[in-house]
Design a protein around this ligand. Structure first.
Ligand SMILES: Nc1ncnc2c1ncn2[C@@H]1O[C@H](COP(=O)(O)OP(=O)(O)OP(=O)(O)O)[C@@H](O)[C@H]1O
Ligand SMILES: NC(=O)c1ccc[n+]([C@@H]2O[C@H](COP(=O)(O)O)[C@@H](O)[C@H]2O)c1
Length: 286
């Protein structure tokens, strides 16, 4: 990990809620107030402050998942979706968030939420020396709100949280001095959308809320027939956007965990900083 002599080259604002001491050591603040709901504040620093095009509808993309660990595809999903949005919709992307699921989501093999949040911050380049204030170098933020809860937070509740935080003050400046409401959409891989047709995984009310009110940008995924996966979701089709992977990447966190366990390289598949973090904390070895 590169030592940070002075935080001055990268304003504290643009670094969101990562402290200098956190950057000097990857060790997550295991019991510190940094990982408690009481001291939580919504990270707004990477959002565009104003629409570039006042005729567009502002859009924030939210990716919910385990991110254990975050891979290059998890961050790349946002870029693919942003390209799609620019070409095919009347939205303007003003931000994107990774929302790691909490520990109550008992999926086998996951690292504790506190580690997954830290790894997502590293994957999203929170400690990049290039994060100049206002630059769009890395526009993906990490919201720990979901991960901070000890009870499981269904995705519909998580999206409501983003809606509330992003629109509580009226939304974003449309470039002409007026506030305009920000639209929030789920960003997900095709495997997640496939589960929406599996009985018992999602409540009907939640599906209605997520697909009817927020909508979803689905990233195509190897071995999954997206068209088939969305057949049962046809009544929400105007809110379902399928983003094709023009340069496909079949990576998954499971594969990364397996490689680490076998003591094999995961370099160039996930961020070097995340690799250092995994090694430093001995994650996924057993
Ligand atoms: N290679 C990929 N192609 C498309 N979507 C992906 C890919 N990898 C992850 N995603 C999507 O990213 C989101 C969060 O991912 P998640 O943490 O579940 O990663 P994962 O690699 O699927 O994890 P795991 O292997 O632990 O199941 C999900 O919506 C998932 O579909
Ligand atoms: N009913 C629901 O709200 C529901 C169901 C299944 C998965 N999910 C979410 O989808 C994501 C799935 O992540 P994984 O692919 O890592 O299992 C998690 O964020 C999880 O909370 C939500």
């Amino acid at each position: 990990m590169q030592a940070i002599d002075s935080p001055s080259y990268c304003s504290q604002d643009s670094m969101q809620d990562v402290t200098v001491s956190e950057l000097q050591s990857h060790s997550p603040p295991a019991t510190s107030h940094d990982f408690e709901l009481e001291t939580y504040s919504f990270p707004t620093q990477r959002l565009k402050p104003m629409l570039d095009n006042s005729t567009k509808t502002p859009l924030v993309l939210v990716a919910c998942g385990s991110f254990s660990p975050p891979t290059h595809l998890h961050t790349r999903m946002f870029e693919m979706a942003a390209d799609y949005v620019k070409e095919n919709t009347e939205y303007e992307v003003i931000g994107g968030f990774l929302s790691p699921v909490g520990d109550a989501y008992k999926k086998a093999g996951l690292a504790p939420a506190i580690h997954r949040v830290q790894m997502c911050k590293l994957a999203a380049d929170y400690d990049s020396p290039h994060c100049l204030p206002g630059s769009r170098t890395s526009w993906i933020a990490v919201d720990p709100w979901e991960a901070l809860h000890t009870e499981y937070q269904p995705t519909a509740i998580v999206l409501d949280h983003f809606d509330q935080e992003l629109n509580k003050n009226g939304g974003i400046d449309n470039g002409q001095g007026d506030k305009i409401k920000i639209h929030i959409s789920l960003l997900a891989g095709a495997d997640l959308i496939q589960t929406m047709s599996s009985p018992g995984v999602w409540s009907t009310d939640d599906l209605e809320h997520i697909l009817g009110n927020f909508g979803v940008f689905i990233i195509e995924r190897a071995d999954i027939d997206v068209d088939e996966a969305i057949i049962a979701l046809d009544r929400w089709k105007s809110n379902i956007h399928v983003v094709h992977q023009l340069i496909s990447n079949d990576i998954s966190s499971t594969k990364i965990r397996m490689q680490v366990k076998r003591d094999m390289s995961v370099r160039y598949l996930i961020s070097d900083r995340v690799i250092e973090y995994i090694n430093e904390h001995g994650l996924y070895r057993s």
